[in-house]
Write a protein that binds this ligand. Structure first.
Ligand code: NAP
Length: 642
């Protein structure tokens, strides 16, 4: 966004003080068009460390030179960059230059779309004025469902969205535990076409994320076609009429409707895992799951036991600890938690100014985050068959990351060898979803906090008893025990052709779908955030929502333009795709035998994360089309009208 506003030198200096140097250099090429900004002298250093060098490898003198050049431009009369879109070739070179390493050419179209360059970014619109447009039901008003609804609107499709909760927002509406927030940087955890220069933090809390989605629904006039407080209880394919019969349930009871196309977007991390413990009923206090947090729960001055040490626990524990009389944490497996210096950093008015007023800053900053929290990592999560320490790491860089985190934890737990022994995982880093240290290790060192690693034997009237017979008293037991990620869309009772249910097709914890989206025998059904679409190596749920929304919209537009009534995924293609996923996962970290992780099922199948780079998934969703489906045309009588 260029600005015609005259900025004061004071404002500009304050803003530039907070600027990311790497991003600034890329912006300067756009602003000035001067090739100097793509010269070796200005090339940022490659950085694969977990904590990035804020100087990007520049000397202080060069850093000052860069900032002064940006200052001069911002204080000049110029308000438009010399080059907004440098074209695909130069843009590709800029990406490599920016990262200080070769970026493969397949990234060019994906990132150009993110930058909003047309035609890459141009949304699909239906051109046919006569062909029949399907009625579409979307289940779930989270980040996926809302993004899709918006893209359907742009395309000119007829949709209605059903949400079981009383408002939109999905996971950010549901997860209300103290400390809940995102651990992907916000400027990447938002839709590329709807950036938010007003994030108050680089990693925001859940209320701000919820607010972003609510505003998105408002600003795009989606709400009048979102029915909240209504659960889609079941969906049954009617082969005779080529429609889905959906059963809707709300406070007034159950009713039926028929739609041509069904999109299931109920979320990946949605179904809480609530293990049952012996003696649970005898516990005199309250038991809560992080994902079902009672709004009136007051923990101050209480004794609290937390079971689980994953991402939810990492956010919850340090947030509540100070208010408690005693806190006992039950850890089954230690987690890798890394230091991210900007995790708690506010985007103050000066930093925010850059996102708002410095042309291209927001886009390049987002690309930096996509690389650092996404594809930049996947290549380091491959097993090196020659590596001599396969138990503790996968390859040389993975070992280096391990050492970086071990040093960090060791420093944090100085003087507490008892804790250090419990907190260093034996498995390779990234084997379970990597966490960001939210003050976890500092919290463990507090007097009233106890980390218990003996297995839980049972609950008793006063608290939790370990298999050593020791009882830890608690007024409240918090289950931070995660989510079931194997049932996914099959949690809804969906019946396809010949009476086959999605739960049958995905039985034995084996959910499989072409692109994670389509399943044979389930015509006109699209699934969002389904099997093998989670981004274990890093990525953003919002990026996935956007990528899948684009794919689904494209296919439905293809249907309309080609007068197609039904699409059904070709069975062999789903199988080939699944085989390929299994093959790729065999060499990746989540198959590592020493790592217990929800990414892998009891039968040893990795079914939550994708084994691809984001760019591979993006390319597949952009290159594949109706040829993946058995299609049936509309009968002649139904080809006109709408
Ligand atoms: P999780 O990562 O699956 O962690 C569950 C924890 O509970 C683990 O420590 C697990 O131990 C333990 N556990 C489970 N069953 C147990 C039992 N019967 N007895 C004792 N311990 C038990 O779940 P989560 O923390 O809710 O996170 C799930 C996912 O949600 C994350 O990976 C992430 O994708 C998403 N999430 C994201 C954020 C964010 O910041 N963006 C925040 C929260 C959640 P084991 O490790 O031994 O299995």
């Amino acid at each position: 966004m260029a600005s015609s506003v005259q900025h004061s030198a004071h404002t500009v200096d304050k803003a530039l003080h907070t600027a990311d140097l790497r991003v600034l250099v890329a912006c300067l090429y756009h602003l000035t068009g001067d090739e100097k900004w793509l010269s070796d002298e200005m090339r940022p250093q490659r950085d694969v460390r977990l904590v990035a060098d804020p100087m990007a490898g520049f000397s202080q003198e060069t850093a000052d030179f860069i900032k002064n050049a940006a200052r001069d431009w911002l204080l000049s009369d110029t308000s438009e960059p010399a080059i907004t879109d440098p074209g695909p070739d130069t843009f590709g070179k800029m990406m490599s230059f920016f990262l200080g390493e070769e970026v493969p050419p397949e990234y060019v179209p994906m990132i150009r779309k993110d930058f909003g360059y047309s035609p890459e970014a141009a949304p699909r619109k239906i051109t046919s004025t006569t062909n029949r447009r399907p009625r579409i039901a979307i289940i779930g008003a989270g980040a996926s469902g809302l993004c899709l609804a918006h893209q359907f609107d742009i395309a000119g499709l007829d949709w209605h969205l059903y949400e079981k909760n009383d408002d939109v927002g999905g996971t950010w509406h549901e997860n209300r535990y103290p400390g809940c927030g995102v651990d992907t940087p916000n400027h990447f955890y938002c839709y590329s076409f709807s950036p938010n220069p007003d994030w108050t933090h680089f990693f925001s809390g859940s209320s701000e994320l919820l607010n972003y989605l609510e505003r998105f629904a408002d600003d795009n006039n989606l709400r009048d076609r979102v029915t909240c407080g209504t659960r889609v209880q079941s969906a049954t394919w009617d082969d005779l009429n080529n429609v889905w019969d959906i059963e809707l349930f709300d406070e007034s009871g159950s009713r039926h409707d028929t739609v041509d196309i069904l999109v299931s977007a109920p979320g990946h991390f949605h179904q809480p895992v609530t293990p049952t413990f012996d003696g649970q009923d005898s516990f005199a206090g309250q038991i809560v799951h992080t994902a079902k947090w009672p709004t009136d729960l007051d923990l101050s001055g209480k004794k609290v036991a937390v079971i689980g040490t994953g991402a939810s626990s990492m956010q919850l524990v340090p947030t509540i600890a100070n208010d408690l009389a005693a806190l006992t944490i039950f850890q089954r497996t230690p987690q890798w938690a890394r230091n991210v210096p900007e995790y708690h950093l506010a985007v103050d008015e000066h930093a925010s100014w850059l996102f708002r007023y410095l042309p291209m800053y927001s886009q390049w900053y987002r690309f930096a985050q996509l690389w650092r929290y996404g594809d930049g990592l996947l290549r380091f999560l491959k097993v090196d068959p020659e590596w001599e320490h396969p138990d503790r790491s996968l390859n040389r860089i993975n070992e280096r990351h391990r050492n970086e985190i071990v040093s960090y934890i060791t420093e944090k737990l100085e003087g507490r060898p008892d804790l250090l022994d419990k907190c260093i995982p034996s498995y390779p880093p990234f084997g379970k979803r990597i966490l960001i240290d939210n003050g976890w290790f500092d919290t463990l060192c507090q007097q009233h906090v106890t980390l218990v690693t003996d297995p839980i034997d049972q609950f008793c009237e006063t608290g939790v008893q370990t298999n050593e017979g020791e009882v830890f008293e608690a007024d409240v037991i918090i289950l931070a025990t995660g989510f079931d990620v194997t049932t996914l869309a099959s949690r809804i009772d969906i019946t396809g052709k010949n009476g086959v249910t999605l739960a049958d097709d995905w039985a034995n914890e084996n959910p499989r779908a072409l692109l994670g989206i389509n399943v044979p025998n389930f015509p006109n059904l699209f699934i969002m955030y389904g099997p093998n679409t989670n981004m274990g190596h890093g990525g953003s749920g919002m990026w996935l929502a956007e990528t899948q929304s684009n794919y689904i919209t494209q296919r439905i537009c293809d249907m309309v333009e080609n007068n197609v009534a039904t699409v059904e995924c070709i069975s062999e293609l789903r199988d080939e795709y699944t085989d390929r996923i299994d093959e790729l996962h065999a060499d990746l970290i989540w198959a590592h035998p020493g790592t217990p992780t929800y990414y892998r099922t009891a039968a040893g199948k990795v079914r939550s994360p994708m084994p691809f780079r984001l760019v591979d998934y993006w390319t597949m969703t952009n290159e594949r089309g109706l040829e993946d489906f058995i299609t049936t045309p509309h009968s002649t009588s139904s080809t006109t009208g709408s």
